[in-house]
Design a protein around this ligand. Structure first.
Ligand code: PMP
Length: 353
């Protein structure tokens, strides 16, 4: 008997949300943005050239990095870009979580963290959220090989305030602390910890174009941090794939960053819809965790979340459900347009009547 399978890396993969072909659904299962990308992005799309596709893209991604550096008022040496924040975070795991000590992240959080850690054979510990689903800084004051958490957290949508993040950073000068800000553009002015980067050389902040910039299909993510962190990540990137970013993404990404008015307008629209939708859910008797993201996490005693999920699906409304301890009576519902959410409210009203 051949034993080649003994040498295979066997992993339990991350399960992404469904991407059904049916366009006749209200798709609120993967936190995409219901609004189209900036018109400037769509215009630049028409200008993709033969030359641009024939040649390799710029491995340094300088145009996009410079645009982001300009936008965030940092130096280009403080910015790293990748194929969605999944690629950026995976690169950060490979780069910074390279000790025998356990890395720490919340037990209820982005489920890709444990998948990457397992695949890369990084020891890890899932730190339980408090009973009210908050992250307690106290729990991160122990020996570790690195720390990562999303802010706002996913799938709870809850924001950890800056003072608490400072507390975690102050207690961990010897580890890289990654704050995954995939949803922070929906959290208000002072939620991001980008401004702490000059103070903490071990702080890496990751962001994505998939949610607030309506570009999940292009796959663009980035990280901002001390230039030493960025250099180490770049070295790792060039050690497995120099051309991570394709030419079209690099070009269109720049256009998105330029159109700040459109970006702000669509983010504001989603926040506004979220607040209205939350009120409606509360009226229907749902328990809704306080959301600072483009989704809400909610459940009701009137019907098991798994059942609401299944019934909604039959009615062409897609939510996300996690059959996981403590959150198995919650649904994660992405914020769509006002019209989408009005239909959802009508559906839930009828269902629970
Ligand atoms: N972090 C969190 C917390 C997320 O929910 C997601 C979206 N699945 C990502 C990172 C990755 O997003 P993307 O790769 O599209 O940038």
């Amino acid at each position: 008997m051949s034993k080649w399978e003994d040498n295979v890396r066997k992993v339990e993969p991350y399960v992404p949300g469904e991407q059904p072909n049916d366009t006749n659904i209200i798709k609120l299962n993967t936190n995409e943005n219901p609004y189209p990308p900036s018109p400037m992005v769509m215009k630049a799309m028409q200008e993709v050239t033969e030359e641009g596709l024939r040649k390799y893209p710029d491995p340094t991604c300088s145009a996009l990095i410079d645009a982001l550096a300009d936008y965030h008022k940092v130096n280009s040496a403080n910015v790293f870009v990748g194929v969605g924040s999944d690629d950026v975070i995976a690169t950060a795991f490979m780069t910074f979580f390279h000790s025998d000590k356990k890395i720490l992240f919340p037990d209820i959080s982005y489920s890709f963290y444990s998948v990457w850690a397992s695949m890369m054979e990084i020891p890890f510990e899932k730190v339980p959220l408090a009973d009210d689903f908050t992250i307690s800084p106290e729990d991160y004051k122990k020996e570790n090989g690195g720390i990562i958490f999303p802010n706002p957290n996913a799938p709870t949508a809850m924001l950890l305030e800056k003072g608490a993040i400072r507390e975690i950073l102050d207690a961990n000068p010897d580890s890289v602390v990654i704050v995954d800000e995939a949803y922070v553009d929906f959290s208000g002015e002072d939620a991001s910890v980008l401004d702490l980067i000059p103070e903490y050389e071990n702080l890496l902040v990751t962001r994505t174009f998939s949610k607030s910039r309506s570009l999940a299909g292009l796959r663009i993510g980035y990280a901002i941090g001390n230039e030493k962190l960025i250099k180490y990540m770049s070295d790792v990137k060039y050690s497995y794939n120099s051309y991570t970013m394709n030419e079209t993404s690099l070009k269109l990404g720049v256009e998105s960053v330029k159109d700040d008015a459109y970006f702000k307008k669509t983010c504001d629209a989603i926040v506004n819809t979220r607040e209205n939708f939350t009120k409606e859910l509360l009226k229907l008797g749902f328990n809704v965790l306080p959301s600072k993201a483009n989704f809400v996490f909610a459940g009701t005693d009137k019907m098991p979340a798994s059942e609401i999920f299944a019934k909604a699906r039959e009615n062409h409304i897609f939510f996300r459900y996690f059959a996981q301890n403590r959150i198995d009576n919650f649904l994660r519902i992405t914020i769509g347009t006002d019209e989408d959410m009005e239909r959802v409210v009508r559906f839930l009203k009828d269902l629970l009547a």
